[in-house]
Design a protein around this ligand. Structure first.
Ligand code: GAL
Length: 416
């Protein structure tokens, strides 16, 4: 009898123990469009499969500006989520506040150092310790197109240079359709802008001007040419663009209302989620003049310090799941990006992803691999916000001359 009751106590303890390991994981993200929501649902599925409770904390708003504001208020009030979708230098800023958890135990057990490109691992670490887990590599310098719209307008093949692009855009305009689908937030303007700068000036100029914020490059003739080209692109957008979300611009391309969109490959996630076929319904190519470069945008989750042991365990499991083979494949198939984990099979991926994967590796060797400024990978948030505003003011107000635009951007870049 005594033995039995001892056994019952032991069983009860084991059961209680395993229940205690199932924790709640609250995840702040901004993946709310069709393709994005499908992608994040895969992470939720994996976490629930491990017995954890997923608390979704989605803050709508492409590019994540709204999410960043909400995150700040939560952390300041001492109530951070377990994980938040932040990236680039913003990870370092959060880490320097002392609020991020140390993920080294998971990283060591899962061998992250050997599974990640060094350029990515460095961004995930603060003072040598992992504080964030990367999910993917998005390429930003893409141009998307609707194949039927191009055909109707008599455009054969995707334009490779800006000159070819304007010839094609003119043909689309004459056919009665919108040449460039564009939306209305400053990060969307900058997504187009950085592709123009890259195409006009090349990777070295891009780095000097937009990453190093070198005043000489920022006020050079190449920057003038970039702004002229950028303004010319604006001429091919429609009047209803201001305020439009990026995924609605993608929908215009899908619905044969517009020909092109300059957007990172999360746009491909939208096409795929809508059942469109790459190479058939929609086409992908590097933005004009940028085929030997790659603007990278690595999505990642920073993990915040938590007190509850079960929540900490769930957080470790989330970090491990994010870097796992299973998640890296299924998430990126939906998201439009490529796995960040090295040496993964690309067999199930489409040709756009295969090209991205090849170019990521090639450009890392040639110096063409550059961080996206529009997507928070390159410079401190304060300067990034200031130059984004200067670029959007120029885009939105045709009365600002190119010379004034150049001066405004150079001045904004000096923001500390
Ligand atoms: C990017 C982010 C992508 C995608 C996009 C639109 O900054 O890296 O994952 O979500 O914004 O929301």
């Amino acid at each position: 009898m005594l033995k039995l009751s001892k056994l019952a106590t032991a069983v009860a303890l084991v059961v209680a123990g395993s229940a205690a390991l199932a924790g709640e994981v609250e995840v702040l993200h901004y993946w709310t469009s069709g393709g994005e929501a499908k992608s994040v649902a895969e992470l939720k599925k994996i976490m629930e499969g491990k017995g954890h409770v997923w608390k979704d904390f989605a803050v709508a708003g492409g590019g994540g500006d709204n999410a960043a504001t909400v995150l700040k208020s939560r952390v300041v009030s001492g109530n951070p989520p377990a994980a938040a979708q932040i990236k680039g230098p913003a990870i370092q800023e959060w880490a320097s506040e002392g609020v991020l958890a140390n993920l080294d135990a998971t990283a060591k057990a899962e061998k992250w150092d050997s599974l990640l490109p060094k350029v990515v691992a460095d961004v995930m670490k603060y003072k040598g310790n992992y504080v964030a887990a990367p999910v993917n590599v998005h390429r930003v310098n893409w141009m998307w197109a609707n194949a039927a719209v191009l055909k109707k307008a008599g455009v054969t093949g995707m334009p490779k240079t800006w000159d070819e692009f304007f010839v094609a855009a003119e043909k689309v305009k004459k056919s009665g359709l919108i040449a460039v689908a564009h939306g209305g937030q400053n990060w969307q303007d900058f997504t187009t802008f950085e592709s123009v700068v890259l195409g006009v000036g090349g990777a070295k100029f891009y780095n000097d001007a937009l990453v190093k914020l070198d005043p000489k490059a920022l006020t050079s003739a190449t920057m003038t040419k970039s702004l002229e080209t950028f303004r010319k692109v604006k001429g091919y957008t429609d009047a209803a663009a201001p305020g439009r979300d990026w995924n609605l611009a993608t929908a215009m391309v899908m619905q044969e209302k517009a020909a092109f969109q300059f957007m990172g490959d999360w746009a491909k996630g939208e096409f795929i989620a809508a059942g469109k076929a790459p190479g058939k319904d929609f086409l992908c190519a590097a933005a004009p003049g940028t085929s030997t470069s790659f603007t990278f945008n690595v999505d990642s989750f920073a993990m915040y310090k938590l007190k509850d042991a079960a929540a900490q365990k769930a957080q470790g499991d989330l970090a491990a799941a994010i870097m796992g083979n299973e998640f890296q494949e299924v998430f990126n198939l939906n998201k439009g990006s490529i796995p960040v984990r090295l040496n993964m099979s690309m067999a199930k991926f489409d040709d756009c992803a295969k090209l991205s994967s090849k170019d990521f590796v090639d450009t890392a060797k040639t110096g063409g691999l550059v961080p996206s400024v529009a997507h928070g990978m390159a410079i401190k948030p304060a300067a990034e916000g200031a130059i984004k505003d200067a670029v959007s003011q120029f885009w939105n107000d045709d009365k600002i001359t190119v010379a004034q635009g150049v001066a405004n951007i150079a001045k904004a870049a000096a923001t500390k």
